[in-house]
Design a protein around this ligand. Sequence first.
Ligand code: ADP
Length: 426
Amino acid sequence: MFNQSRRNLARWFTLSMGSILVLFAGVIHQIEVKDKLEALDRLLYDKTQIMAASVHYDVRLNQTKVDLTNVPLLGTGSYPLAKDLIYVRWYSAQGQLVRFFGASPPNQLKTPSGYHTIESTDSLSQEHRWLRQVTLPVEGRTGTLGYLQVATPLTETHNGLQQLQIALTLAVPVSLALIAVTGWFLSGIAMQPIRQAYQQLQRFTADASHELRSPLSAIQTNAQLGLLIAANDPRYQQPLGNIVDSAKSMGVLVNNLLLLARHQGRLAPESLKRLNLNHFLERLVPQFLALAEAQAIRLIYEQPGQAIEVWADADLLQQAIENLLSNACKYTSIGGSVLLRLVPHPNWAVIQVIDTGIGIPEADLPYVFDRFYRVDTARSLDSGGFGLGLAIVKQIVRAHCGQIHVTSALGKGSTFQIELPVKPQP
Ligand code: ADP
C-alpha cells in the first residue's frame, strides 16, 4: 500500500516536473530561434543599407542608377558584406528587374517588402536550401527609387539550432531520470510520517483488540453460566441470550480486527510452508457440507490430476478460503450451487470459488474488498456480517504475494479467484 502510494507520488512528481521541463526546453528553443533570426535580419538589414547607399538618381539621364559591381568583392573588406549573400537584386519602383547578382531572379518583383524565410533550389547542386530574404524599398528625394532584394542562406542558423536541439534532446531525458530519482527519494520522505502514523494505528488496533478479547470471553462465559443457572426463569432467558450473541459477534469482530492488524505486508519467509493445495482444499470442504446441506446448496470441489503446491501459511490461507466459501454459501439461495475449483497454471495456483447466488452489483465490485464495506446493509445484517471478510481475504492473499479478483452478475452469481505464486517470491 505504502509502496504503491510512494510510486504514485513519484510518478506524478516526475510527470509534472517533466512536463514543466519539456515546456521550458520548448520555450528556450523558440527564444533561440527568434534571437538567431533577429540577429540575421539585423545583419541582412545592415548589408542592404550599405548597398542602398550605392543607389542614386541620375537627373541628367532621368534614371535611377545602382552599382552592384562591387557586391562580390565587398565581403573581403573589414565588413563581411557580401561573403554569404546568395543573391542581390535591384527592382525598379514599378517592380521590374533592373540588375542582379547571384541566382537568376524573376523579372517582376513578387514578394512584398519585409523579411521572409523561403525555400529555394541551388541551380548548381540542385539541393534544397532555406534562405532568409529581405526586400527593402529604397527611398530618394523624389519618392521610392526601387527595391533591393537580398538573401542569405539559413544553413548556419539551422546548424546552430540543430545543435541546440540535440543538446536539449539529450538533456531532457537525463534531467527526467534525475527528476524521477529525486521524486522517488522525496516521496519516501513524504510517506514516512504517514507510514509511522499508520503503524501506530495498527499497533493500537492490535493492542485494543487483544485487550478486548479477555473481557469479551468473560462476558460470554458468564452470560452462558447465567443462562444455565436461570434455565427455568424465562425473564432472564432473552436478555442473557442477547448478551451471549452480542459477545460472540463482538468476539468475531475483535478477532477479525486483530487478524487485519497483525498481518500487514508480506509474510516472513519462515512462516511459509510447502502446501499441497489439492489435499488442503479437500480437507476444507467437509466443514461446509453441513451448512450447504442446511441451505439445500450443492457444494462441489474440483481439482486437477496433477498436484499443485504453493508456499503458504496454512492457517491464514484456510481463513481466506473459509471466508470465501462461507460468503458463497451465505449469499446463495436454496437450490443453488457453490463450486470450489483448483486450476493449474504454469506460474500461479488458481483457486476459484464460484457460486450461483445473488451476485454483487457492478457499482459495488471495486469496493467489496474494502474494510467494513457491505454491498447492501440489509442483506448483510441479515447474515450477521461486518464487511471485514473480504478485506481479510485480500490482505491474506497479498501477504502471500498473490492477487484476488472478483467477477459477478446480479442475480446470477459471483466468482472469486485467488492467484498464488507457485514459486517463493524474493
Ligand atoms: P460480510 O461479512 O458482510 O459478508 P464481506 O467482506 O465478506 O462482508 O463481504 C462484503 C460484501 O460483499 C457483503 O456485504 C456482501 O454483500 C458482498 N458479498 C461477498 N461475497 C459475496 C457473494 N459470494 N455473493 C454475493 N455478495 C457477496
